[in-house]
Design a protein around this ligand. Sequence first.
Ligand SMILES: *[C@@H]1O[C@H](CO)[C@@H](O)[C@H](O)[C@H]1NC(C)=O
Ligand SMILES: *[C@@H]1O[C@H](CO)[C@@H](O)[C@H](O)[C@H]1NC(C)=O
Ligand SMILES: *[C@@H]1O[C@H](CO)[C@@H](O)[C@H](O)[C@H]1NC(C)=O
Length: 298
Amino acid sequence: MNILLSTLLVVLFASICASSTLLADSNYGASVWNNTIDLGLINAGGLVKIKLANIAIPYPITTSSPVLLIEAMHVVLINQTSQQPINRDAVIMSNLQVFTQGDLVLPIMTFDTSNFVNPNWFPSGYLLEARDPINLVINLDLLEDTEVSLVYYMNCIVPSTEPNYFPLSLYYSVAPKNSRFSTTGTGGFYTKTFMFNWKWADSAIMSIQGVASPGIQSLILADYNTNQVYCKSVGLYDQSGHLQSMAPCMSNTVLTFRQSQQFKLSALYDNSEALVSVQANMLFYYGLSNETFTATFN
Ligand SMILES: *[C@@H]1O[C@H](CO)[C@@H](O)[C@H](O)[C@H]1NC(C)=O
Ligand SMILES: *[C@@H]1O[C@H](CO)[C@@H](O)[C@H](O)[C@H]1NC(C)=O
Ligand SMILES: *[C@@H]1O[C@H](CO)[C@@H](O)[C@H](O)[C@H]1NC(C)=O
């Protein structure tokens, strides 16, 4: 099932990207560009951290256009033995962070265990700025020794092709840091709720991804006062009951968060057994809203 799902997502990704970037594509040819990196043998039984400096990007950055604009990115871990995506059931933890210009503190994009298979792409007009060189950091904890390759797909343009784009930032943690919790195991569902305020100016929000642990049923992000639901991400399980991914919320929708708006994130966990150190979080990308952008840059 995971293979089918990944294949489907790659196809979906390719078609989405192809349709959204026809104009920009004339700059460098193919709409979706891919590259493969051999990560070698990853041994089971512990966290393995791999840093990849100066990863290849779709075209050479020239000094006249030092900024690369990422429209979409998708990463797939390939099992070299089967030449198929690695079996998610053998993955305890997987995480990939994209860093720009040698910065290893704040990633510009991140993929986590529960959303690793989800392509990341942005609606037209919104782009993620990256500066050469781009670095990747991969964390992997596997249940069996595996020869792994990383395949990454990217869609990028240069600013001259879209001068009025909205630059995006990654917002990682809706719940407070270190906010893992345990469930009681008393049957039914266990609900945990976190609140947060949007501290920034009115913003455009997109590409919301659920971050959760096995046992999750759904994550819901809603306005605290009106209960309007902004994102519901459900856990997708295979036939043997292993969490494969959190379904993306509203793939191509741009939402608006207002300054000081109050939100709540509710996690619904299967409470048939007590779970320890589970998480409930969301990550997404934000840019200035339409109105703010115009006011600031006119
Ligand atoms: C890119 O993807 C195609 C189709 O899956 C594959 O044939 C090719 O080897 C890939 N290129 C690299 C550099 O990974
Ligand atoms: C990798 O592929 C081999 C051969 O199909 C399989 O036996 C093994 O379980 C796979 N491992 C993972 C982690 O996908
Ligand atoms: C900008 O605002 C206008 C009107 O308020 C709206 O129709 C349009 O969809 C917005 N565009 C973006 C990119 O948010």
